[in-house]
Design a protein around this ligand. Structure first.
Ligand code: MAN
Ligand code: CA
Length: 296
């Protein structure tokens, strides 16, 4: 190439210059590589035009980029606003429950709620009634249990009495007005007679009434010991159950501690008479009369 570039890269053609001009140019504008730089006034203008053109191009490019960015930002903002509105709506829906139901749906729900309230009140009322009934039944059951216990005890008592009846009747005892009576077939002193009755679950006879006195006399055929004594204190007569003597059936002249003897035990001696008792010496040998009280 015949042209020369200056430091800015502008190429100058020096072929058509005359010799002096070419020399001047080459002397004054030759670069390090020997190329000729733009040394003419027209070249300077061209350089400026080129530079300006480049600047314009750069500005244009920058403007384009800015506009594009601006448009994109505007679109993005629009999208974002729409998304925000959408999110707000959704958010409101979440905060206040799913969409507000229509009025008819609301009425149905209100009726159902009221129905459930009434049913709950009915259940509560019914529950109270049942609770009272349960309490009543519990009380009745407790009464029945108590009554049952009483009846069971009474039944057991009657069973025992029946067994006793059978037992004493089978042993030859005679029943009269709440007691069984037994007259021995052998003779003993008063204390041994008393002990024998105790072993039979009974005691020597204790006479409390005319009727009893009469019944006993009708049973006996000879003298018998009864359960009366003044062994503890002379003259103070007591029954074997520790009760004091109230009514008595002494024979005429008795008790007499006959001729100074120590007569501390009582026999029915004169059994043909109502007043038939006699005090006798306790070591005498006699039949004896046991009595077993048995109130039905
Ligand atoms: C006997 C005994 C006495 C009684 C007299 C009555 O001697 O039975 O206890 O008092 O007869 O005569
Ligand atoms: Ca006597």
């Amino acid at each position: 190439m015949k042209g020369h570039k200056d430091k800015s890269g502008i190429v100058l053609d020096v072929r058509n210059l005359n010799a002096s001009a070419r020399t001047a140019v080459l002397n004054n504008y030759t670069g390090e590589s020997g190329e000729v730089a733009a040394a003419l006034p027209g070249g300077k203008l061209l350089k400026w035009v080129a530079v300006s053109f480049c600047l314009v191009c750069i500005l244009q490019a920058a403007l384009n980029i800015s506009l594009r960015l601006a448009l994109r930002t505007d679109a993005s903002c629009k999208n974002l606003t729409e998304e925000e509105d959408s999110l707000k709506k959704n958010n409101d829906g979440k905060h206040h429950g799913i969409k507000s139901p229509p009025a008819s749906q609301n009425n149905i729900l209100t009726r159902e709620r009221d129905d459930l309230k009434r049913k709950l009140a009915d259940f509560a009322s019914q529950n109270n009634i049942l609770t009272r009934e349960i309490d009543d039944l519990k009380r009745k059951l407790a009464d029945f249990v108590s009554q049952n216990n009483i009846l069971t005890r009474e039944r057991d008592d009657l069973k025992r009495k029946l067994e006793d009846f059978v037992h004493y009747a089978q042993q030859g005892w005679q029943y009269f007005n709440g007691s069984f009576y037994y007259i021995s077939s052998t003779k003993q002193n008063w204390q041994d007679s008393r002990d024998d009755c105790l072993q039979r679950g009974a005691s020597l006879a204790i006479i409390n009434s005319k009727e009893e006195q009469k019944f006993i006399r009708q049973q006996q055929e000879t003298i018998i010991w009864i359960g009366l004594t003044d062994k503890e204190t002379e003259g103070v007569w007591k029954w074997v159950d520790e009760t004091p003597l109230t009514g008595s059936f002494w024979y005429s002249g008795e008790p007499n501690n006959y001729r100074g003897s120590d007569e501390d035990c009582v026999v029915i001696n004169y059994y043909n008479d109502e007043n038939s008792w006699n005090d006798a010496v306790c070591e005498n040998q006699n039949l004896w009369l046991c009595e077993k009280k048995m109130v039905i």
